[in-house]
Design a protein around this ligand. Structure first.
Ligand code: SAJ
Length: 421
Protein backbone atom coordinates (compact mmCIF):
# COMPACT_ATOMS: atom_id res chain seq x y z
CA UNK A 1 0.00 0.00 0.00
CA UNK A 2 1.18 3.52 -0.83
CA UNK A 3 2.54 5.16 2.34
CA UNK A 4 1.94 8.76 3.33
CA UNK A 5 5.07 10.57 4.44
CA UNK A 6 5.04 13.89 6.30
CA UNK A 7 8.17 15.99 6.34
CA UNK A 8 8.30 18.50 9.19
CA UNK A 9 10.72 21.33 8.37
CA UNK A 10 11.24 22.23 4.72
CA UNK A 11 14.76 23.66 4.71
CA UNK A 12 17.88 22.68 2.82
CA UNK A 13 17.36 19.02 3.70
CA UNK A 14 13.62 18.63 4.34
CA UNK A 15 12.51 20.07 1.02
CA UNK A 16 14.78 17.94 -1.20
CA UNK A 17 13.91 14.88 0.91
CA UNK A 18 10.19 15.58 0.39
CA UNK A 19 10.81 15.93 -3.34
CA UNK A 20 12.68 12.64 -3.76
CA UNK A 21 10.14 10.73 -1.65
CA UNK A 22 7.36 12.20 -3.83
CA UNK A 23 9.26 11.37 -7.01
CA UNK A 24 9.58 7.76 -5.85
CA UNK A 25 5.81 7.39 -5.70
CA UNK A 26 5.00 8.14 -2.06
CA UNK A 27 2.21 10.51 -1.09
CA UNK A 28 4.14 13.32 0.58
CA UNK A 29 3.05 16.33 2.58
CA UNK A 30 5.39 19.04 3.78
CA UNK A 31 4.90 21.16 6.87
CA UNK A 32 6.85 24.21 7.96
CA UNK A 33 6.18 26.92 10.53
CA UNK A 34 7.18 29.48 7.91
CA UNK A 35 3.96 30.09 5.92
CA UNK A 36 5.92 31.63 3.03
CA UNK A 37 7.68 28.31 2.43
CA UNK A 38 4.32 26.52 2.19
CA UNK A 39 2.80 29.17 -0.07
CA UNK A 40 5.80 28.97 -2.39
CA UNK A 41 5.79 25.16 -2.34
CA UNK A 42 2.14 24.93 -3.35
CA UNK A 43 2.96 27.13 -6.35
CA UNK A 44 5.84 24.80 -7.22
CA UNK A 45 8.40 27.38 -6.14
CA UNK A 46 11.33 27.31 -3.72
CA UNK A 47 13.00 30.03 -1.67
CA UNK A 48 16.45 28.44 -1.54
CA UNK A 49 19.04 27.70 -4.21
CA UNK A 50 19.97 24.10 -4.95
CA UNK A 51 20.73 22.70 -8.41
CA UNK A 52 17.86 20.65 -9.82
CA UNK A 53 15.54 21.20 -6.86
CA UNK A 54 13.14 23.71 -8.38
CA UNK A 55 12.42 21.52 -11.43
CA UNK A 56 11.85 18.49 -9.26
CA UNK A 57 9.54 20.42 -6.91
CA UNK A 58 7.56 21.74 -9.89
CA UNK A 59 7.13 18.22 -11.21
CA UNK A 60 6.00 16.57 -7.96
CA UNK A 61 3.74 19.46 -6.91
CA UNK A 62 2.05 19.67 -10.29
CA UNK A 63 1.39 15.91 -10.41
CA UNK A 64 -0.07 16.04 -6.90
CA UNK A 65 2.49 13.81 -5.13
CA UNK A 66 3.73 16.63 -2.89
CA UNK A 67 1.73 19.39 -1.21
CA UNK A 68 2.41 21.87 1.55
CA UNK A 69 0.18 21.98 4.64
CA UNK A 70 -0.29 24.52 7.42
CA UNK A 71 -1.85 22.11 9.91
CA UNK A 72 -0.37 18.68 10.55
CA UNK A 73 -2.47 15.68 9.53
CA UNK A 74 -2.44 11.95 10.23
CA UNK A 75 0.28 10.14 8.35
CA UNK A 76 2.15 6.82 8.21
CA UNK A 77 5.60 8.31 8.52
CA UNK A 78 6.76 11.57 10.12
CA UNK A 79 10.22 12.83 9.29
CA UNK A 80 11.55 15.58 11.54
CA UNK A 81 13.96 17.73 9.62
CA UNK A 82 14.07 20.94 11.62
CA UNK A 83 17.12 23.02 12.56
CA UNK A 84 19.25 22.14 15.58
CA UNK A 85 20.93 25.48 16.19
CA UNK A 86 23.81 25.95 18.56
CA UNK A 87 23.40 27.85 21.83
CA UNK A 88 25.81 30.54 23.05
CA UNK A 89 27.44 27.96 25.31
CA UNK A 90 28.04 25.67 22.29
CA UNK A 91 25.41 23.11 23.28
CA UNK A 92 22.69 21.96 20.90
CA UNK A 93 19.39 23.78 20.98
CA UNK A 94 16.87 20.95 20.63
CA UNK A 95 13.82 23.19 21.05
CA UNK A 96 12.69 22.83 17.41
CA UNK A 97 13.11 19.06 17.55
CA UNK A 98 11.13 18.93 20.77
CA UNK A 99 8.31 21.16 19.55
CA UNK A 100 8.10 19.26 16.25
CA UNK A 101 7.78 16.05 18.28
CA UNK A 102 5.17 17.59 20.59
CA UNK A 103 3.16 18.67 17.55
CA UNK A 104 2.52 15.07 16.46
CA UNK A 105 1.68 13.57 19.87
CA UNK A 106 -2.04 13.92 19.27
CA UNK A 107 -2.05 12.60 15.73
CA UNK A 108 0.26 9.59 15.83
CA UNK A 109 -1.41 6.23 15.73
CA UNK A 110 -0.33 2.59 16.01
CA UNK A 111 1.96 1.53 13.19
CA UNK A 112 3.40 5.04 12.68
CA UNK A 113 7.08 5.65 12.09
CA UNK A 114 8.89 8.74 13.36
CA UNK A 115 12.33 9.59 11.98
CA UNK A 116 14.66 12.24 13.35
CA UNK A 117 16.79 13.50 10.45
CA UNK A 118 18.12 16.64 12.09
CA UNK A 119 21.76 16.38 13.14
CA UNK A 120 21.61 15.96 16.91
CA UNK A 121 23.84 15.15 19.88
CA UNK A 122 23.93 11.54 21.10
CA UNK A 123 20.73 10.76 22.99
CA UNK A 124 18.39 13.12 21.10
CA UNK A 125 16.45 10.32 19.38
CA UNK A 126 15.79 8.69 22.75
CA UNK A 127 14.45 12.08 23.91
CA UNK A 128 12.12 12.18 20.91
CA UNK A 129 10.95 8.69 21.85
CA UNK A 130 10.28 9.69 25.43
CA UNK A 131 8.27 12.77 24.37
CA UNK A 132 6.17 10.53 22.11
CA UNK A 133 5.26 8.39 25.12
CA UNK A 134 2.81 11.15 26.05
CA UNK A 135 0.63 9.85 23.21
CA UNK A 136 -0.17 6.83 25.37
CA UNK A 137 1.13 4.48 22.67
CA UNK A 138 3.92 2.01 23.35
CA UNK A 139 7.01 3.48 21.71
CA UNK A 140 9.11 0.81 20.05
CA UNK A 141 6.14 -1.57 19.80
CA UNK A 142 3.30 0.53 18.42
CA UNK A 143 5.25 3.53 17.17
CA UNK A 144 8.72 3.10 15.72
CA UNK A 145 11.45 5.69 16.11
CA UNK A 146 14.88 6.05 14.52
CA UNK A 147 17.57 8.54 13.58
CA UNK A 148 18.56 8.70 9.95
CA UNK A 149 20.95 11.58 9.45
CA UNK A 150 21.36 13.15 6.04
CA UNK A 151 24.91 13.24 4.67
CA UNK A 152 24.39 15.21 1.51
CA UNK A 153 26.64 17.94 0.23
CA UNK A 154 24.91 21.26 -0.50
CA UNK A 155 25.18 21.84 -4.23
CA UNK A 156 24.80 18.10 -4.91
CA UNK A 157 21.88 17.33 -2.61
CA UNK A 158 19.48 15.65 -5.06
CA UNK A 159 22.16 13.33 -6.43
CA UNK A 160 23.66 12.49 -3.04
CA UNK A 161 20.30 11.90 -1.36
CA UNK A 162 19.72 9.08 -3.80
CA UNK A 163 23.24 7.75 -4.25
CA UNK A 164 24.90 8.03 -0.83
CA UNK A 165 24.90 5.19 1.65
CA UNK A 166 22.69 5.88 4.63
CA UNK A 167 22.71 4.95 8.31
CA UNK A 168 19.57 4.24 10.27
CA UNK A 169 19.84 4.08 14.05
CA UNK A 170 16.73 2.71 15.70
CA UNK A 171 15.61 2.92 19.31
CA UNK A 172 15.22 -0.82 18.77
CA UNK A 173 15.89 -3.24 15.91
CA UNK A 174 12.33 -3.24 14.61
CA UNK A 175 12.38 0.56 14.31
CA UNK A 176 15.67 0.48 12.40
CA UNK A 177 14.38 -2.18 9.99
CA UNK A 178 11.12 -0.34 9.29
CA UNK A 179 12.86 2.96 8.68
CA UNK A 180 15.39 1.27 6.40
CA UNK A 181 12.45 -0.03 4.35
CA UNK A 182 11.01 3.48 4.03
CA UNK A 183 14.23 5.03 2.74
CA UNK A 184 14.92 2.14 0.40
CA UNK A 185 12.19 3.48 -1.92
CA UNK A 186 14.65 6.06 -3.23
CA UNK A 187 18.12 5.35 -1.77
CA UNK A 188 20.34 3.53 -4.24
CA UNK A 189 23.31 3.39 -1.84
CA UNK A 190 23.50 0.81 0.93
CA UNK A 191 21.46 1.38 4.11
CA UNK A 192 23.13 0.25 7.33
CA UNK A 193 21.20 -0.24 10.55
CA UNK A 194 22.44 0.33 14.08
CA UNK A 195 21.25 1.86 17.36
CA UNK A 196 20.24 5.51 17.55
CA UNK A 197 23.19 6.80 19.61
CA UNK A 198 25.72 5.20 17.28
CA UNK A 199 23.97 6.77 14.27
CA UNK A 200 23.95 10.18 15.97
CA UNK A 201 27.65 9.97 16.78
CA UNK A 202 28.49 8.64 13.33
CA UNK A 203 26.96 11.69 11.61
CA UNK A 204 28.72 14.06 14.00
CA UNK A 205 32.08 12.37 13.60
CA UNK A 206 31.94 12.55 9.80
CA UNK A 207 31.79 16.33 9.99
CA UNK A 208 34.26 16.43 12.86
CA UNK A 209 36.72 14.43 10.78
CA UNK A 210 36.50 17.11 8.11
CA UNK A 211 36.73 19.98 10.58
CA UNK A 212 39.86 18.59 12.23
CA UNK A 213 41.47 18.03 8.84
CA UNK A 214 40.65 21.56 7.68
CA UNK A 215 42.08 22.89 10.96
CA UNK A 216 45.29 21.03 10.19
CA UNK A 217 45.44 22.70 6.78
CA UNK A 218 44.74 26.10 8.36
CA UNK A 219 47.46 25.50 10.93
CA UNK A 220 49.85 24.69 8.12
CA UNK A 221 48.85 27.96 6.41
CA UNK A 222 49.63 29.89 9.60
CA UNK A 223 52.99 28.17 10.04
CA UNK A 224 53.89 28.59 6.37
CA UNK A 225 53.20 32.34 6.59
CA UNK A 226 55.42 32.49 9.68
CA UNK A 227 58.38 30.66 8.19
CA UNK A 228 58.11 32.09 4.69
CA UNK A 229 57.03 29.15 2.56
CA UNK A 230 53.96 28.47 0.45
CA UNK A 231 51.43 26.19 2.20
CA UNK A 232 49.78 25.35 -1.13
CA UNK A 233 53.04 23.93 -2.45
CA UNK A 234 53.47 21.87 0.72
CA UNK A 235 49.96 20.49 0.30
CA UNK A 236 50.45 19.75 -3.39
CA UNK A 237 53.66 17.81 -2.77
CA UNK A 238 52.59 16.12 0.49
CA UNK A 239 49.40 14.88 -1.16
CA UNK A 240 51.52 12.94 -3.65
CA UNK A 241 52.02 10.52 -0.76
CA UNK A 242 49.58 7.63 -1.18
CA UNK A 243 48.12 7.95 2.32
CA UNK A 244 48.13 11.71 2.81
CA UNK A 245 45.26 14.06 1.97
CA UNK A 246 45.81 17.48 3.51
CA UNK A 247 42.70 19.61 3.07
CA UNK A 248 42.48 23.19 1.82
CA UNK A 249 43.21 26.14 4.08
CA UNK A 250 40.94 29.15 3.79
CA UNK A 251 39.25 32.04 5.58
CA UNK A 252 37.42 29.69 7.94
CA UNK A 253 34.82 26.96 8.08
CA UNK A 254 31.15 27.74 7.71
CA UNK A 255 27.79 26.20 7.02
CA UNK A 256 25.42 24.76 9.47
CA UNK A 257 27.21 21.41 9.69
CA UNK A 258 30.97 21.33 9.95
CA UNK A 259 31.19 24.54 11.99
CA UNK A 260 28.60 23.24 14.44
CA UNK A 261 28.59 19.45 14.71
CA UNK A 262 31.98 19.04 16.43
CA UNK A 263 30.61 21.09 19.33
CA UNK A 264 27.77 18.56 19.70
CA UNK A 265 30.32 15.75 20.00
CA UNK A 266 32.07 17.38 22.94
CA UNK A 267 28.90 18.77 24.53
CA UNK A 268 29.13 18.19 28.30
CA UNK A 269 32.46 16.39 27.84
CA UNK A 270 35.51 17.49 29.78
CA UNK A 271 37.65 15.72 27.17
CA UNK A 272 37.73 16.05 23.38
CA UNK A 273 40.66 18.49 23.34
CA UNK A 274 41.67 17.93 19.72
CA UNK A 275 38.14 18.56 18.48
CA UNK A 276 37.85 21.75 20.55
CA UNK A 277 41.24 23.00 19.37
CA UNK A 278 40.33 22.36 15.73
CA UNK A 279 37.13 24.39 16.13
CA UNK A 280 39.11 27.23 17.66
CA UNK A 281 41.70 27.24 14.86
CA UNK A 282 39.02 27.33 12.19
CA UNK A 283 36.99 29.97 14.02
CA UNK A 284 40.12 32.10 14.33
CA UNK A 285 40.68 32.31 10.56
CA UNK A 286 38.44 35.34 9.82
CA UNK A 287 40.47 37.34 12.33
CA UNK A 288 43.71 36.31 10.66
CA UNK A 289 42.28 37.40 7.33
CA UNK A 290 41.28 40.72 8.91
CA UNK A 291 44.81 41.25 10.22
CA UNK A 292 46.26 40.50 6.82
CA UNK A 293 43.85 42.99 5.18
CA UNK A 294 44.91 45.63 7.70
CA UNK A 295 48.56 44.98 6.94
CA UNK A 296 47.91 45.51 3.21
CA UNK A 297 45.57 48.51 3.38
CA UNK A 298 47.13 51.20 5.53
CA UNK A 299 44.66 53.94 4.60
CA UNK A 300 42.03 53.59 7.34
CA UNK A 301 39.21 55.00 5.20
CA UNK A 302 39.98 53.03 2.06
CA UNK A 303 37.39 51.05 0.18
CA UNK A 304 37.84 47.28 0.52
CA UNK A 305 35.86 44.82 -1.61
CA UNK A 306 34.98 41.28 -0.57
CA UNK A 307 34.09 38.89 -3.39
CA UNK A 308 31.80 36.14 -2.08
CA UNK A 309 29.82 35.87 1.14
CA UNK A 310 28.33 32.40 1.25
CA UNK A 311 29.94 29.74 3.41
CA UNK A 312 31.35 27.94 0.38
CA UNK A 313 31.41 28.24 -3.42
CA UNK A 314 28.33 28.12 -5.64
CA UNK A 315 25.70 28.10 -2.90
CA UNK A 316 23.52 30.90 -1.50
CA UNK A 317 23.73 29.75 2.12
CA UNK A 318 25.41 32.26 4.45
CA UNK A 319 24.78 30.36 7.71
CA UNK A 320 27.91 30.47 9.91
CA UNK A 321 29.79 31.88 6.93
CA UNK A 322 33.30 32.93 7.96
CA UNK A 323 32.98 35.79 5.49
CA UNK A 324 30.02 37.22 7.40
CA UNK A 325 32.19 37.02 10.50
CA UNK A 326 34.92 38.85 8.58
CA UNK A 327 32.42 41.55 7.56
CA UNK A 328 31.46 41.95 11.20
CA UNK A 329 35.10 42.24 12.27
CA UNK A 330 35.76 44.80 9.55
CA UNK A 331 32.78 46.85 10.70
CA UNK A 332 33.74 46.62 14.36
CA UNK A 333 37.45 47.24 14.12
CA UNK A 334 38.07 49.37 11.04
CA UNK A 335 36.73 52.41 9.23
CA UNK A 336 37.14 50.92 5.79
CA UNK A 337 34.39 51.51 3.36
CA UNK A 338 33.26 47.94 2.74
CA UNK A 339 31.63 46.72 -0.44
CA UNK A 340 30.40 43.18 -0.91
CA UNK A 341 29.61 41.13 -3.98
CA UNK A 342 28.03 37.71 -4.29
CA UNK A 343 26.16 36.39 -7.32
CA UNK A 344 24.26 33.82 -5.22
CA UNK A 345 23.23 35.57 -2.03
CA UNK A 346 19.72 37.01 -2.09
CA UNK A 347 19.89 40.68 -1.16
CA UNK A 348 16.50 40.72 0.53
CA UNK A 349 17.45 37.95 2.91
CA UNK A 350 20.87 39.38 3.72
CA UNK A 351 21.63 41.22 6.93
CA UNK A 352 24.01 43.79 5.42
CA UNK A 353 22.06 44.34 2.22
CA UNK A 354 23.20 47.97 1.93
CA UNK A 355 26.79 46.80 1.49
CA UNK A 356 25.91 44.21 -1.14
CA UNK A 357 26.45 45.52 -4.66
CA UNK A 358 25.02 43.76 -7.71
CA UNK A 359 27.59 44.85 -10.26
CA UNK A 360 31.23 43.79 -10.00
CA UNK A 361 32.29 47.08 -11.60
CA UNK A 362 30.57 49.09 -8.92
CA UNK A 363 31.80 46.81 -6.15
CA UNK A 364 35.46 47.27 -7.11
CA UNK A 365 35.33 50.89 -8.26
CA UNK A 366 37.85 53.02 -6.29
CA UNK A 367 38.65 50.05 -4.09
CA UNK A 368 42.15 49.62 -2.67
CA UNK A 369 41.88 45.87 -2.16
CA UNK A 370 39.84 43.05 -3.61
CA UNK A 371 39.60 40.05 -1.29
CA UNK A 372 38.70 36.83 -3.08
CA UNK A 373 36.71 35.37 -0.19
CA UNK A 374 34.67 32.63 -1.87
CA UNK A 375 35.76 30.76 -4.99
CA UNK A 376 32.45 30.90 -6.86
CA UNK A 377 32.56 29.66 -10.47
CA UNK A 378 31.50 33.14 -11.55
CA UNK A 379 34.87 34.45 -10.32
CA UNK A 380 36.90 32.08 -12.49
CA UNK A 381 37.12 34.46 -15.41
CA UNK A 382 37.04 37.87 -13.80
CA UNK A 383 38.14 40.61 -16.19
CA UNK A 384 41.12 41.87 -14.21
CA UNK A 385 42.19 44.24 -16.93
CA UNK A 386 38.94 46.18 -16.47
CA UNK A 387 38.94 45.66 -12.68
CA UNK A 388 42.48 47.09 -12.54
CA UNK A 389 41.29 50.22 -14.34
CA UNK A 390 38.44 50.69 -11.90
CA UNK A 391 40.34 50.05 -8.67
CA UNK A 392 42.28 52.77 -6.92
CA UNK A 393 45.08 50.35 -6.10
CA UNK A 394 45.69 47.11 -7.94
CA UNK A 395 45.78 44.86 -4.89
CA UNK A 396 44.23 41.42 -4.54
CA UNK A 397 44.17 39.09 -1.53
CA UNK A 398 43.34 35.53 -2.59
CA UNK A 399 42.20 33.50 0.44
CA UNK A 400 41.56 30.35 -1.64
CA UNK A 401 44.51 30.08 -4.03
CA UNK A 402 41.95 30.41 -6.79
CA UNK A 403 43.17 33.20 -9.05
CA UNK A 404 45.92 33.10 -11.66
CA UNK A 405 48.99 34.70 -10.16
CA UNK A 406 50.62 34.87 -13.56
CA UNK A 407 47.75 36.89 -15.03
CA UNK A 408 47.51 39.24 -12.06
CA UNK A 409 51.23 39.97 -12.03
CA UNK A 410 51.19 40.54 -15.79
CA UNK A 411 48.44 43.12 -15.30
CA UNK A 412 50.42 44.89 -12.61
CA UNK A 413 48.53 43.65 -9.54
CA UNK A 414 50.07 42.93 -6.17
CA UNK A 415 48.84 39.53 -5.01
CA UNK A 416 48.67 38.39 -1.40
CA UNK A 417 47.95 34.71 -0.86
CA UNK A 418 46.62 33.14 2.33
CA UNK A 419 49.17 30.53 3.40
CA UNK A 420 52.15 32.38 1.93
CA UNK A 421 53.97 35.36 3.31
N1 SAJ B 1 36.40 23.97 3.68
C1 SAJ B 1 37.73 24.36 3.82
N2 SAJ B 1 38.70 23.52 3.36
C2 SAJ B 1 38.41 22.31 2.77
C3 SAJ B 1 37.06 21.93 2.65
C4 SAJ B 1 36.08 22.77 3.11
O1 SAJ B 1 38.04 25.43 4.34
O2 SAJ B 1 39.36 21.61 2.40
C5 SAJ B 1 35.34 24.84 4.22
C6 SAJ B 1 34.36 25.32 3.15
O3 SAJ B 1 34.80 26.50 2.54
C7 SAJ B 1 33.11 25.54 3.98
C8 SAJ B 1 33.20 24.46 5.05
O4 SAJ B 1 34.55 24.05 5.07
O5 SAJ B 1 33.15 26.80 4.63
C9 SAJ B 1 32.31 23.27 4.87
O6 SAJ B 1 32.18 22.91 3.52
P1 SAJ B 1 32.12 21.41 2.98
O7 SAJ B 1 31.92 21.47 1.53
O8 SAJ B 1 33.27 20.64 3.46
O9 SAJ B 1 30.88 20.76 3.72
P2 SAJ B 1 29.33 21.16 3.91
O10 SAJ B 1 29.20 21.84 5.24
O11 SAJ B 1 28.77 21.87 2.75
O12 SAJ B 1 28.67 19.71 3.98
C10 SAJ B 1 29.12 18.80 4.98
C11 SAJ B 1 29.42 17.46 4.31
N3 SAJ B 1 30.15 16.60 5.25
C12 SAJ B 1 31.30 15.99 4.91
O13 SAJ B 1 31.83 16.13 3.85
C13 SAJ B 1 31.90 15.10 5.95
C14 SAJ B 1 28.12 16.81 3.89
O14 SAJ B 1 28.35 15.50 3.40
C15 SAJ B 1 27.14 16.75 5.08
O15 SAJ B 1 25.91 16.16 4.71
C16 SAJ B 1 26.87 18.17 5.50
O16 SAJ B 1 28.11 18.71 5.97
C17 SAJ B 1 25.84 18.15 6.62
O17 SAJ B 1 24.67 18.47 6.33
O18 SAJ B 1 26.16 17.75 7.73
Amino acid sequence: MKKKVTIIGLGYIGLPTAAVFAKSGMEVVGYDINKKVIEALNKGEILIEEPGLEDLIKEVVSNGSLRGINVLEESDVFIISVPTPINEDKTADLSYVKSATESIINIIKPGNIVVLESTSPPGATMEVASILEKSGLIIGEEVFVAHSPERVLPGRIIKELVENDRIVGGINEKSAELVKEIYSVFVKGEIFTTDSKTAEMCKLMENTFRDVNIALANELAILAENIGINAWDVIKFANKHPRVNIHQPGPGVGGHCIAVDPWFVIENQPEGHLIRQAREINDGMPERVLNRIMSIVKNGNAKVTLMGLSYKPNVDDTRESPIIKLVELLKERTNYQISLHDPHVDKDRFKYKDLLIDSIDEAVENSELMVLAVNHNEYKNLDFERIGELMLKKQVFDTRNFLSEEELIKLGFELTLLGRN
